[in-house]
Structures are given as C-alpha cells and as structure tokens.
Ligand binder design. Sequence first.
Ligand code: PAF
Length: 277
Amino acid sequence: MTEIIRKVTDLRALVAGWHRAGDTVGLVPTMGALHAGHLSLVRAAQADCARVIATIFVNPKQFNNPADLAKYPRTEAADLALLQQAGVDVLFAPPPEEVYPLGFASTVSVAGVAGPLEGASRPGHFDGVATVVAKLFGMSRADRAYFGQKDWQQLQVVRRLVADLNLPTLVIGCETLREADGLAMSSRNTRLSPRARAIAPALYVAISRAARDLRAGSLAALDTCHAALLDAGFDSIDYIDLRDGETLLPLSAPTSTARLLVAAWLDGVRLIDNIPV
Ligand code: PAF
C-alpha cells in the first residue's frame, strides 16, 4: 500500500525510522502525469533501495511561462494507482505552501552548466529546478535520487548542485524510455494532437541521423537536421547543438563525451531530446 504524505515533518519521521532500521532510501522526483518512463525510474530505485519515495509536485518556480504551468497535466489519482501497482512505499505530494511557505526567500542558482540551451530558452527554469531539488533532497534525506536522461541538462545541473553543495544524496541518471516509434516518453506527449503525434517521432529520427553524420565528419549535419525537422512539420527549433555532455560547453566536433541536444516546437508543444554522439 502506497502511503500518501503531504507534510515534511511526517516524511522526515518516516525516513528517520527507515534509516534507523538500516534501510537505504531512494527518491524519484516527478511533477506527476506519470508514464512508463517514470515507472522505469521507480524500478531502478527499487533495485537499489529498500524503500522508495516518489514525489509529485508541480513546481511553480520552474515555469517561466504561466500558461505552461496552468496547462501542466494534474492526474494525482491515476498517478497514485500506478505507484500502488509498482509497489512504491510513499507518495510525497505536498501542497505549494508546504514547499514554499510564507516568507520563503531562497533561490539556488547553478551557473555554467545551467546557462545555455534550456537555460537560455527558459530564463529562470533551472533556478526553479535547482531550488526544488535541493529542497526535496533536504526534506526527504534520501540516500539516492533517480532522474531521467531525457532531461539531460537538468541531470547535469542536479549533479553540479550536489557536488557544489556537498549534498549527501547520490544522483543516478537513467536511460530515456522511448515509444516504439522512437519518441522519448514525456508528460507533454499527452498534449500532442493526433497530427502532431504522427510528426513527433521525426525528432529522434533527425537527431539519430545527425549524430551518425557528425561521427562521419559532416559539417552540415546540424543544418540538415534543422531543415529535416521543419520539413517533417515542426513549427520552429529552439536549438540543435553539439555539446560536451557534462559541462554543456559547445563542441565543433564529436568527442568521447559529446551529446547532441534538441528542443523544437510542434503544434504549441515544446519537445526536447538528446543522444550521445
Ligand atoms: O523533471 C522533472 O519532472 C522536474 O524538473 C523535477 C526534477 C521533478 C523538479 O521539479
């Protein structure tokens, strides 16, 4: 039975008991609208940890666009059913005032790795992510936390945050789960119209081709990828960039740690993806 906890004091008391019993505690932070990708994070946590907490909190601080926050799917009952089925011990789903009580005045801001790509396209987004992740780690005192590689830059921001602030939580990055046609699983996919859903797999096809062409030494690979996405029906492209996978600094040619990252708009939905090169 998955227990729902809404208060930090209750979560702390439960985790303290687990730690006293010698149990390792895994955390799967989410914003809800759970799909198979989230459940794969749960399974990874269960493989490593005696106890697993999933969190659902639609964090207002990481939305630079209020319309995006308003449209974000909220499906707690269905999410809880999935977590029950998966055998998660606790769902921590605090109300906003529990996370950001009156007088809350701190922001965690990660420089460098948080600056380009998503950081440039969505000003303030990673301040919101870093702040809430630092809080979720502090609130839960989890030993390990599981993040998807689909949000590659977020994963690097969280790793930087943990290293810089000497946080005791070990961060684990898990493989992106894809639909059969290659589309990376995302809560945003539910907002795609049938037409857009049919076009969306072109994103993974295009970056896979570009990665292959980059490895073969093509200088035009990124321009070709851009054109292929527009041809496929994407409305605009925020970025298609070759970057170092850890520092997110730009690269002009592949290296052993290179990563190709993309963000593109399709029928009002912003899709992101990334692959190693
Ligand atoms: O990836 C997400 O769902 C969110 O950014 C996270 C890590 C739960 C923080 O709100």
